[in-house]
Design a protein around this ligand. Structure first.
Ligand code: KG4
Ligand code: ZN
Length: 365
């Protein structure tokens, strides 16, 4: 019998919103390929994602994206041990395309299939790295997790693998949604987060004093008051002034308000519960100002995935799938998508205790 180490490889698939993505991940940590086909250009003229168009585009793109992911990883389907696909939450039509594609692959190859929660995938993005890159420090439990994306703003307590307790979340818009809506008001296009961050670099974050919703006694967030305040300011400016809208100052002041709210609550939660670290993840975690401010304010280590792992991708799906596979999860081929699926309703896999943070030495039998 060969004593050579056998690598465990997961093919991850993601299509919960407007990115079609496929990745090959080795041993739960090393990204061999990472392919993301963004539909941002397609949706930009609508100022947001057009669901019907998104699912049609996923249909067109999945096959070439998966082919490319296998090619770039220098593997074939025979070298893959399991498939992981985003089951929810997300846009129903988009999820169905990815899940059906994965089921087709599972049927054709006999590979085990694991349905993954999109937010759990965002969390596991903090554990992985690109092939050849220096592995990040492994986050130590217990952790406070801040997930900030286009659809979610969640503050979560993570005791150990697959063990979550929701502390709070947004009561209205998600942080990314607020970025996208304010970008539209300022004529900056879609996706709004990167556009706001770019113009904010030349703006004064103190030019406008926008409100910060503090919601004392809860771990919840609210961004609708801030969004309305920006809208009022823009409308008043246009009605009463002849000079051009100070887009950079408005963007910088808005961004600062969002960052203040997110940083204050997250650090307070970490202190209150005695977390060993903070994980910042989701599309909005690509924001440099947020990354810097959270690291400056936190008394414990802050783990933030590298930029390409912050926004939607399939490497993170493969990572979550990897740990669930190790813990004995394998889903039947008749599972349905779950467009609304709270993280708290996520069940741990059958043998959660099996999962170690270390890279596994051998493929599980
Ligand atoms: O996680 P993600 O790719 O998709 C969802 O699961 O929603 O997050 C997308 C969101 C969008 O709202 C986008 O505007 C925001 O993340 N985003 C950013 C930045 N990059 C992406 N927000 C602020 N600053 C950024 N640099
Ligand atoms: Zn996401």
């Amino acid at each position: 019998m060969s004593s050579r180490k056998r690598h465990l490889r997961i093919l991850g698939l993601e299509s919960s919103c407007d990115e079609t993505a496929a990745s090959v991940l080795e041993d739960g940590r090393v990204i061999l390929s990472h392919v993301v086909a963004s539909q941002a250009d397609l949706h930009s003229r609508y100022g947001g994602v057009f669901p019907e168009m998104a699912s049609r585009q996923h249909l067109r793109t999945f096959y070439p994206v998966v082919e490319q992911a296998l090619k770039e990883a220098h593997v074939s389907l025979k070298d893959i041990d399991a498939l992981a696909v985003t089951r929810g939450p997300g846009l129903p039509g988009s999820l169905v395309v990815g899940v059906n594609f994965a089921k087709g692959l599972a049927l054709a190859t006999g590979l085990p299939l694991i349905g993954v929660h999109h937010l759990e995938a965002h969390i596991y993005a903090a554990w992985i790295h690109f092939e050849g890159a220096r592995p990040p420090q492994l986050p130590e439990f217990p952790l406070v997790i801040l997930i900030v994306s286009g659809g979610h703003t969640e503050l979560v307590w993570m005791e150990g693998h697959f063990r979550y307790r929701r502390l709070g979340g947004t009561r209205d818009d998600a942080a990314g949604e607020a970025f996208d809506k304010v970008a539209r008001m300022l004529g900056l296009g879609y996706p709004g987060g990167p556009a706001i961050e770019k113009v904010a670099q030349s703006g004064n974050p103190r030019a406008f004093s926008f409100p910060r919703a503090r919601l004392p006694g809860t771990w919840d967030f609210s961004f609708s008051g801030l969004k309305t305040a920006v809208l009022r300011t823009v409308e008043t400016w246009k009605r009463t002034r002849q000079d051009p809208l100070p887009v950079a100052d408005l963007a910088a002041s808005f961004q600062e308000a969002v960052v203040d709210m997110l940083v204050e609550k997250t650090v307070a939660a970490a202190l209150e519960y005695g977390a060993q670290g903070i994980v910042l993840t989701g599309g909005v975690s690509a924001n440099q100002r947020l990354r810097t401010r959270l690291k400056e304010a936190s008394p414990v280590p802050v783990y933030v995935p590298p930029l390409p792992l912050c926004t939607d991708n399939a490497s993170m799906v493969a990572a979550a799938g990897h740990y669930r596979f190790l813990a004995g999860q394998q889903d039947p081929l008749d599972f349905d998508v779950l467009p609304t699926w709270p993280l708290t309703e996520l069940t741990p896999p059958p043998h959660s205790e099996r999962v170690q943070m270390e890279v596994p030495a051998d493929k599980p039998k």
